[in-house]
Design a protein. Structure first.
Length: 128
């Protein structure tokens, strides 16, 4: 019985993360998941996320100076945008590429992360 409940809770967390379409903090995920499971606690969300990372269904998104956020695994190569007003992080599709051209001579590029900062559409609208 206990096991079943845990499985259901993890499913809700997993579904919410997929539906969100952007990387979420555990507390953001918690408030979304509580809409369908009001009794859900933050410890359960952390446990579910850890399990999903172990299983490979979720990926940790670490922006400099921020707590880890989570997004579903298997997304195509993309980057992130952080709104400096509401502090939400969004997926940015596309990549400028050719970043190896920036490297000093003799260096080899093995990966990159790009974070854009600014105001999201909702927060920009507030400023009109
Ligand atoms: Zn915003
Ligand atoms: Zn890229």
């Amino acid at each position: 019985m206990h096991q079943q409940r845990n499985t259901k809770q993890k499913q809700v967390v997993e579904t919410m993360l997929k539906q969100a379409g952007r990387p979420l903090l555990p507390k953001e995920l918690l408030s979304k998941a509580q809409e369908s499971l009001p009794q859900l606690g933050v410890a359960t969300v952390f446990r579910a996320l850890k399990k999903m990372v172990d299983e490979g269904t979720a990926t940790v998104v670490c922006l400099p100076g921020d707590s880890p956020r989570y997004e579903p695994s298997g997304l195509t190569h993309h980057h992130h945008f952080k709104c400096s007003e509401c502090e939400c992080v969004f997926e940015v599709n596309g990549c400028p590429g050719h970043l190896d051209e920036l490297l000093p001579k003799g260096f080899q590029l093995t990966g990159h992360e790009i974070t854009l900062f600014g105001r999201c559409a909702d927060c920009s609208a507030d400023h009109l």
